[in-house]
Ligand binder design. Structure first.
Ligand SMILES: *Cc1c(COP(=O)(O)O)cnc(C)c1O
Length: 389
C-alpha cells in the first residue's frame, strides 16, 4: 500500500546523507571522545565539526553550543538551570499558555519548588504581544521563555521584538526553537536571544540528540552532573554518532532552507485549498501568515480527530490529532484551548505537517482518502448538522 507520512512535526525520517555520515562513528571512530589516542581524537573531531555546523545554522559561535540528549533536556536544563543560578535574584518566570509540555511541565515542577510562573495569553492565531510580555515583567522576574514556532498550529512568534523587551530589563530570554529550526531562518545575533533549544530529529537527523545555545556571558547551573564532557557543562559520554548526524542534518538544513520553505508551503497550501474545495464544514486553525511552512491544522465539524486518524492509517496515511490529552483539563489540546477553539470543534481537529519527501501526488492521495473518510464518519455521526456544533 502507498505510505504517505504527513507528521513531520512529530519527527522526520533521517536523510541518507545523514545516516552515511553517522555510520563510521559506530564501527571505526567509536573511541571515547575524551580519550587522547587516535580513535578517541577522531571521534572528538566529529563532535567539533558537528558543533560548528549546528552553530552555523543559527549564526552562533561553536563555543555557545552544548549537545544534550534531546530538545526536552535542553528545555528542562535552561529553565531549571537559570532558576537555580538566579534564585537569590528572583523567583518569577514568564512563559506562554501554548508552550510544548517540555516547558509547561518543567514550569509546573518549578512552581512546586517555590517559583512563580506567569503563563501569557495568546490571541486567536496564537501570537504573544511584546506589550503583554512587558506588562507581566516584575522586579523579581529572572527568565522569559517563549517558543519560536508552535508545534500544533504553526504560529511563528515575533521573537526579536519579544527578546528586546526582556533584554531592555536585563532579563534572560529563552526560546524553544525545536519547530523553528530548519523551518524559518534563525540568527541568534539578530534575534537577541540568550538561550535557544534545538532537536535533531525534527530536522531529518537522528532521535536522542539535541542542543542548547547559551550566549557567551549567560549563567545557568548544570543539569546533568558527572564528568568533564562538553566543557564541563553537560556530563556523560557524548552520543558521537548522533551528534555527527545532527551536524550533517544542520548543514543540509542550512543549505536547503529556501527550497524547503517553498516546497513545504506550496504543498501545504495546496492541501488546504483541496480540503476546502472538497469537504464542507471545515475550519482552518492558526495564522495565515507568519506560520510554519509545513503546518496545516484543520477542524472537521461533527466528527472525532482520532477516528479520522485511524481511518487514514488504513490508507497508509500518518497524521496527528495534536497533543495528547493534558492532565490538567479535559481539553484535548491546551493550544487550541488557548486560541479559543470551542471544545466540540477541538475534538475534530487534525494536524497535517508536510516535509521534504512529500510530493504533489501525496497531497491528491490524502485529499481523496480524507474526503471518503470524513463523508463516512459524518454518515455515522449522531450529531451531524445539529445545533451547537
Ligand atoms: C518535539 C519538540 C520538543 C521536544 O524535543 P525532543 O527532542 O523530542 O525531546 C520540544 N519542543 C517542541 C516545540 C517540539 O516540537
Amino acid at each position: 500500500m502507498k505510505q504517505v507520512y504527513l507528521d513531520y512535526s512529530a519527527t522526520t525520517p533521517v536523510k541518507d546523507e545523514v545516516v552515511k555520515e553517522m555510520l563510521p562513528y559506530f564501527t571505526e571512530a567509536y573511541g571515547n571522545p575524551s580519550s587522547i589516542y587516535s580513535i578517541g581524537v577522531n571521534a572528538k573531531a566529529g563532535l567539533d565539526l558537528a558543533r560548528q555546523r549546528v552553530a552555523d545554522l543559527i549564526n552562533a559561535d561553536a563555543k555557545e553550543i552544548t549537545f544534550t540528549s534531546c530538545g526536552t533536556e535542553a528545555d528542562n536544563w535552561v529553565l531549571e538551570g537559570v532558576a537555580d543560578k538566579l534564585k537569590d535574584k528572583g523567583n518569577h518566570i514568564i512563559t506562554t499558555k501554548i508552550e510544548h509540555h517540555a516547558i509547561l511541565h518543567t514550569c509546573e515542577y518549578l512552581e512546586k519548588h517555590g517559583f512563580e510562573v506567569t503563563y501569557l495569553d495568546v490571541d486567536k492565531e496564537g501570537f504573544v504581544t511584546p506589550e503583554a510580555l512587558e506588562a507581566a515583567i516584575r522586579d523579581n522576574t529572572i527568565l522569559v521563555s517563549i517558543m519560536m514556532v508552535n508545534n500544533e498550529i504553526g504560529t511563528v512568534q515575533p521573537i526579536k521584538e519579544l527578546a528586546a523587551v526582556a533584554r531592555a530589563k536585563g532579563i534572560f530570554f529563552h526560546t524553544d526553537a525545536v519547530q523553528g529550526l530548519g523551518n524559518v531562518p534563525i540568527d541568534v545575533k539578530d534575534l537577541g536571544v540568550d538561550f535557544l533549544s534545538m532537536s535533531a530529529h525534527k530536522i531529518y537527523g537522528p532521535k536522542g540528540v539535541g542542543a542548547l545555545f547559551a550566549r557567551k556571558g549567560t549563567r545557568l547551573s548544570n543539569f546533568i552532573h558527572g564528568g568533564a564532557q562538553e566543557s564541563k557543562k553537560r556530563a556523560g559520554t557524548e552520543n558521537s554518532a548522533g551528534i555527527v548526524g545532527f551536524g550533517k542534518a544542520a548543514e543540509l538544513a542550512r543549505e536547503g532552507l529556501e527550497n524547503h520553505i517553498v516546497h513545504s508551503s506550496v504543498l501545504r497550501d495546496a492541501l488546504w485549498q483541496k480540503i476546502e474545495a472538497n469537504i464542507p464544514d471545515v475550519h482552518f486553525n492558526g495564522p495565515r501568515d507568519r506560520r510554519h511552512p509545513g503546518n496545516l491544522n484543520v477542524s472537521f465539524d461533527y466528527i472525532e480527530g482520532e477516528a479520522i486518524l485511524l481511518m487514514l492509517d488504513a490508507y497508509g496515511i500518518s497524521v496527528s490529532t495534536g497533543s495528547a490529552c493534558s492532565s490538567k483539563s479535559l481539553a484535548p489540546s491546551h493550544v487550541l484551548d488557548a486560541i479559543g477553539v470551542p471544545i466540540t470543534r477541538m475534538n475534530g481537529t487534525v494536524r497535517f505537517t508536510v516535509g521534504d519527501f512529500t510530493t504533489p501526488e501525496d497531497i491528491d492521495y490524502v485529499v481523496d482518502a480524507l474526503t471518503k473518510v470524513v463523508t463516512r464518519l459524518r454518515e455515522l455521526s449522531p450529531v451531524t448538522g445539529q445545533e451547537g456544533w
